[in-house]
Design a protein around this ligand. Structure first.
Ligand code: SAM
Length: 286
């Protein structure tokens, strides 16, 4: 493939008047899947880069921040997480983190686009290293319809690792979907959703997410910010929703003694992420 020396991949955020660029050495792959336009680049300093519909999904270098935060805070808050569903997450990075928990017995990954998983197997094999784990199950289809059909109380944790709330992912950011997740979780389950940038989206997406999750019957809703350099503003978040207060039920000792290696997550990072910046407190609780 031709070298793209001195070229940059740029994602422009029109509404915010900002852009993020990475110097790319070559384009490794490009295709139109049935659902989205996929591109894979090799970058000079961030390893491989996956882009869907022009939006950066992940880079080899910094995806550990996001994937560890999507998995471990929820799994170290639930009393005994054994059955987990991941809606979206086709790159398999969140799946790998969930499977690090030895007591997890079963994980379903439900992504609408099988091509994302196949591309990840080729270009991000380290994220897919747990795909052969017998506890891992794959279903390729719409997560909105799949969760509607789930048996009540089927899961302990549901992780919504989706693209932004446009196109096929729009329905994953709705009160009706959260109600269906609540049924599939029962009263002791935990829902976690990637919730965009605290700086850009607290007033818009995160605020309505809190309202919709509460309306769906999950009374404790808490957003945990964390760094993510390749996403807009470099600052991202996940939102936990449950009947039990995540500030009280955090299994801090278990997190400190976790029997696996992490690069970002630890018990102090978890505790720190539960602290709410003042502007978020004002906008979400005020
Ligand atoms: N970390 C990423 C981010 O925040 O930008 C998300 C990564 S993951 C690749 C997102 C996945 O959500 C994509 O593979 C996409 O196919 C999937 N997705 C979007 N809408 C979906 C739906 N309705 N049901 C299941 N998967 C969906």
């Amino acid at each position: 493939m031709p070298s793209l020396d001195d070229q940059w991949f740029t994602e422009v955020f029109q509404d915010e008047g900002t852009a993020f660029s990475l110097k790319v050495t070559r384009k490794l792959h490009e295709e139109q899947t049935p659902y989205q336009h996929a591109e894979i680049y090799e970058t000079e300093t961030f390893g491989n880069l996956m882009v869907l519909d022009g939006c950066v999904m992940l880079s080899s270098r910094d995806n550990f921040l996001y994937h560890e935060m999507m998995a471990h805070p929820a799994l170290f808050t639930h009393r005994n997480p054994r059955r987990v569903a991941i809606i979206g997450g086709g790159d398999c990075g969140t799946l790998r983190e969930v499977l690090r928990h030895p007591d997890v017995e079963e994980v379903w990954q439900v992504d609408i686009d099988e091509r994302v998983t196949r591309l990840s197997e080729t270009w991000f094999p380290e994220l897919c290293e747990a795909n052969e784990d017998p506890r891992a199950h794959f279903f390729f289809g719409d997560g909105v319809a799949w969760i509607k059909d789930a048996v009540p109380d089927r899961f302990d944790v549901i992780i919504i690792d989706s693209t932004d709330p446009v196109g096929p992912a729009e329905g994953l950011f709705s009160a009706e979907f959260y109600r269906d997740c609540h049924v599939a979780l029962g009263d002791s389950g935990i829902l976690v959703q990637q919730s965009e940038s605290p700086l850009l989206h607290t007033r818009s997406i995160i605020q309505s997410m809190h309202r919709d999750m509460r309306e769906a019957g999950l009374s404790h809703v808490h957003t945990l910010p964390f760094p993510q350099p390749v996403y807009p503003t470099g600052w991202w978040s996940c939102t936990l929703a449950s009947h039990d207060n995540p500030l009280v039920y955090f299994r801090e000792e278990d997190a400190a003694e976790r029997p696996f290696v992490t690069r970002y997550y630890n018990e102090s990072i978890h505790r720190g992420a539960l602290a709410q910046p003042q502007f978020m407190r004002d906008q979400l609780e005020g």
